[in-house]
Design a protein around this ligand. Structure first.
Ligand code: SF4
Length: 296
């Protein structure tokens, strides 16, 4: 295969069999994105996937979980994904779960029957960059769909039995909209059933349209205090039974807990409030070295 993009995976897939499925992103147009920029979208053939599976097979248990790498392999047609799944079942008939990343509009292009069939064959979970529930922020970042689109497509996954982990970017709207975004994002997730919500703090990476917007004064980064306030409002309003995972080097505060665990959640909320009360703006700014990312 001629892939040049480094293969990435979510931290939760550290022990899975990682197989290269695609490189690049079929959309490639989110203003903040630095991940797949410059890499043309390409997919392996089922034969190439089989070669890769054979080379990895001796190192994994028969009931392994499997992760297909790439920014949105779920953009591939249901027929192509089925061909991959046939290869996987041939060599790992008892694999536990297959996961991969998807955009919201990759789901909308599949019929209910296709979603049900892929789930039956082993597609267990999608990782989805929902990013934010504030439509003005989604537009600003040119995400390509609205929060209502996200809710509609996540309901279709619920219907098909496909689980999903969602990504939420705190501070994505820049200065002045943190509280609105926190509430809107909680309201979006409260309507669906994410297995897990992971968060990361908005960062302006170089060589992105967002870096140009920041240079031209069209985007002003939220302070770390505002990002923490957004997180607090988000968690206060989040009521769905899910797992919150905010362990990430771009988050000023790192927590991980089941949202149904009221004692633990209350402890986390108290900790966030205390941090906001006791730390100066300067101390909060030092919690993440975002400046280092700006200069990469
Ligand atoms: S969908 Fe994901 S990978 Fe594609 S441009 Fe947007 S953030 Fe980047």
């Amino acid at each position: 295969m001629d892939f040049t993009e480094p293969a990435l995976r979510p931290p939760q897939e550290a022990h899975s069999l990682l197989l290269r499925a695609t490189q690049g992103c079929t959309y490639n147009d989110c203003n903040f994105c630095y991940v797949s920029r410059g890499y043309p979208f390409m997919a392996v053939t089922p034969e190439q996937m089989e070669q890769e599976v054979l080379s990895q097979k001796p190192f994994f248990r028969p009931d392994t979980t499997i992760y297909l790498t790439g920014s949105n392999p779920f953009a591939l047609s249901a027929e192509k994904l089925e061909e991959y799944l046939i290869v996987l079942r041939r060599h790992f008939p008892h694999f536990r779960e297959l996961s991969m990343q998807s955009r919201i509009d990759d789901i909308s292009r599949k019929s209910r029957e296709e979603l049900l069939h892929l789930h039956k064959m082993g597609l267990a979970q999608l990782y989805i960059g929902t990013e934010n529930g504030n439509d003005a922020v989604l537009r600003l970042m040119n995400k390509g769909y609205t929060s209502a689109d996200a809710v509609e497509q996540l309901h279709r996954l619920d219907d098909a039995g496909i689980a999903y982990t969602t990504f939420y970017i705190i501070g994505m709207g820049g200065r002045g909209v943190g509280t609105t975004s926190g509430k809107a994002t909680a309201a979006m997730f409260n309507q669906v059933h994410p297995r897990r919500i992971t968060t990361t703090g908005m960062t302006v990476f170089p060589h992105t349209p967002l870096a140009d917007m920041a240079r031209d004064g069209l985007f002003v980064e939220a302070s770390e205090r505002e990002k923490i306030e957004e997180l607090l409002v988000f968690l206060e309003h989040l009521s769905v039974d899910t797992f919150y995972d905010g362990i990430h080097y771009l988050n000023p505060l790192n927590y991980r807990f089941a949202n149904s665990n009221e004692m633990e959640k209350s402890r986390v909320l108290d900790d966030i409030r205390e941090t906001l009360q006791t730390c100066s703006d300067e101390e909060l700014e030092k919690m993440v070295n975002r400046k280092l990312m700006h200069s990469l």
